[in-house]
Ligand binder design. Sequence first.
Ligand SMILES: Nc1ncnc2c1ncn2[C@@H]1O[C@H](COP(=O)(O)OP(=O)(O)OP(=O)(O)O)[C@@H](O)[C@H]1O
Ligand SMILES: [Mg+2]
Length: 271
Amino acid sequence: MIQIRDIKKSFGSLEVLKGIDLTIEKGEVVSIVGPSGAGKTTLLQIIGSLDRADSGSVTFGGQDITRLSQRKLADFRNRHIGFVFQFHQLLPEFSALENVMIPALIAGTPRRQAKERALHLLELMGLEDRRDHKPAELSGGEKQRVAVARALVNDPDVILADEPSGSLDTKNKTELHSLFFNLRDKLGQTFVIVTHDETLAALTDRTIHMRDGQIVTDCEQPQAADTPQDMPVVETAAEGEENQEESREEDREESSEKDRENTITETEQTA
Ligand SMILES: Nc1ncnc2c1ncn2[C@@H]1O[C@H](COP(=O)(O)OP(=O)(O)OP(=O)(O)O)[C@@H](O)[C@H]1O
Ligand SMILES: [Mg+2]
């Protein structure tokens, strides 16, 4: 699904990526590990089109995104890629619900539908009673789960996560990891996760070891992890769409283009 071919990247005279080749299949949870400075974040940012490689290609379902203009790239990223960072990076002025809705509004989803989807995801994360809280009023684990809901709102091809549990305590860390595997099992969600956490890496389907800008090993885990059974049941995207089909028609008519523009403007001002 995602093909990375001969990616090279330097910062000045520092060669950070020295020709990375990697293929990621749909529904895989892939971890990227390696010492500090190995180029893990740089690679993830290039896969996610947040940074450009000096050479090489990144192809999503046959489309070479390294060739897209900045504007098309921003649109592609919004629709196809979800990001989760070490520090949630939620917008402080907005509630949990609004933070989750914003990427959907930017993608042109009518407000009512965006809200329904966001509420559904917050519920899935066990956060329905925190919907109106701003990030400062949420715990670290809650913020990260809001960030995961936000990453999922446009039903992305892949979620790219850079040390997503790096700032969490053991309990929240375990919960977040279970959530990833649950989303993989129930939705077929693809993840690429950069992590220093060996427990998480050991649970993923495949672990890529990087050192000095190169992949040194790419190992499939002998056994996929069992997802803990006490996680909330995840509704499949198809089921969700069926439920939303009726309201979608009405929403199209009252298309809240204005709302969308307002939110985007507010977001830009806040960001
Ligand atoms: N914008 C930049 N300008 C100059 N050098 C950079 C830049 N971004 C990263 N580097 C350098 O590139 C190298 C790889 O950085 P990267 O952030 O990809 O490492 P990493 O594997 O994610 O490390 P860590 O585990 O510490 O997060 C480092 O030596 C870093 O200093
Ligand atoms: Mg890093």
